[in-house]
Design a protein around this ligand. Sequence first.
Ligand code: AMP
Ligand code: GLY
Length: 423
Amino acid sequence: MNILLLGSGGRESTLAWKMSQSSECSQLFIAPGNGGTGAYGKNVNLNPNDFEAVKTLILKENIEMVVVGPEEPLVNGIHDFIADDEALKHIPVIGPKKEGAILEGSKDFSKQFMARHGIPTAASRSFTKETLEEGLTYLQTHALPIVLKADGLAAGKGVLILDNNAEAQEELKLMLSGKFGEAGTTVVVEEFLSGIELSVFVLTDGENYVILPEAKDYKRIGQNDTGLNTGGMGSVSPVPFANETFLNEVEQDIIIPTINGLKKDKIDYTGFIFFGLIKVNDKPFVIEYNCRMGDPETESVIPRIENDLVELFVAAGKKQLKNVQLTISPKHAATVVVVAGGYPGDYEKGKSITGIDNVRKSIVFHAGTALEGGVIKTNGGRVLAVSSLQDSQFDALQSATADAARIYFDGKYFREDIGFDLV
Ligand code: AMP
Ligand code: GLY
């Protein structure tokens, strides 16, 4: 079958790598893809949010399945667009419709969803311009620290954690007067949870689900989790502190109530659900839902799945995931992200990359790269994800870190401590 994958990051490189190994995959198209995805299929330069362009491509290339990597086209309704189009409606889409993607698209919605279905999460209240005064009073005596979240998609920048009530009041005013644009029309004020974070993923057809390997990502730019937040500097899977008892609790207290909640609310959901979790006194709480896979978690999670990924997607599209048995490798995966100097602030693009062929025990997934005149150049902040799958966690961490060091471009930076806190 001909498959179209939408997106251009490390997550999409990994999905493309895995799907291209399937005997069910005749031709894979990646739109727009990056400097590395051409190794797994054909890059097509279009914007995934331009639905008419996506339609033209689907018809031209006889696409029989669409897999959506990032959240934005999902929240904007790419699945609805395909399902509502006479010429396209027979094509399965991996990724929820708007009514499901809102779990990520609106934090206020997801908090209400969790409250309605008894899913453990931080206590919260939401405020708008109309209820600003109430919000300011609420914040006056709120326990510290205080978490403020813009309701909508804010490219990972919409969460503020504040140590001072007056400062939180000031920020609430700023957010409700447009600091994060439309995304901040509603602000969720949340209790701060103290614990260690991890990510759990399921693929669901709305009725059944399979639980993918759990992962932990490292968000800060600096060694030992210091400095600014980024889109992700590395990841590991499995996660040592997520033992069997804990993961069973995640399934019973969070995954099952979420799938049942979707059913009760009549939300028909096909695709990934990413549970951003925090372990507080051994109990799991949901920090956030995402309607897609995580990045750079995907780069550690997907290599551990031994099944044919296209077969899994076909089963999901037919609501037959109950017939699928997932096989997970017991090996350990580690991913080190190589970024451009200056990231997550300003950085330059267009630097020539060398040394990718020198890596010894890892796969290099391209993220922010472009192929220009036969040369791989940097084209984003997070440039490459170096992933290693090994028998022991220590070997995986060491191989990924050593291989990240074998790559060179002007201004290159990576964290040398990814995962070593867990050993
Ligand atoms: P989010 O965009 O919801 O994932 O939030 C970004 C980050 O803020 C999370 O990964 C956490 O590190 C932190 N965070 C969000 N909500 C809370 C909370 N209620 N308590 C503690 N930390 C939080
Ligand atoms: N790694 C976190 C995310 O993908 O949002």
